[in-house]
Design a protein around this ligand. Sequence first.
Ligand code: ZN
Length: 201
Amino acid sequence: MASFPEPIESALKELSRLPGVGKKSAMRILYHLLKGGSGTIEGLENALRLLKENIEKCPLCRGYKEKTAECPICCDPRRDLGLLCVVESTQDLHLIDSTSAFNGSYFVLHGLLSPFKGIGPEALGLEELRDRLDPGMLREVIIATPYTAEGEATSSFILSMIEGTGIKASRIGMGIPIGSDLSFVDPETLSRALSGRREVK
Ligand code: ZN
């Protein structure tokens, strides 16, 4: 089998690490970049450098924001900051936000509790979430983790943190299929699931 020059091998290795990119797609992307010449590669290089240098996690919602700007979610005066929605990922934050059924603030976990994968409360920033559970600021926390084993375990953990604070806790409603990711749910169903959220006691 022919082996690739080292720079191609290492680029293929990095590309294949991206979610949804298998070996074949990695090769397709790589040859697209090489074929496009230095301009194509430079464009990507610049965009990636800007990501690295200018993007950071917001200390409040843990969503991504520009380093030199305020968080567009946490600093938006039109939002109801008494409502907090806890989501697994930034993609879920944008999915929920695009439904217009929710106009509160968010907390992004960037994962789910999983003893199997060694992901504990610390990795999900749950101490930071605990700091936000101030009944003087929050009326309701909506847990929008998926209905999977890990999503349910994470939800139970968060519920136990909310218990006794006087803050209402609710779980995103029906229509979210069991075992499914929010990204597979259409916006209308997601919208209904948010309005149909049920209080958890
Ligand atoms: Zn924020």
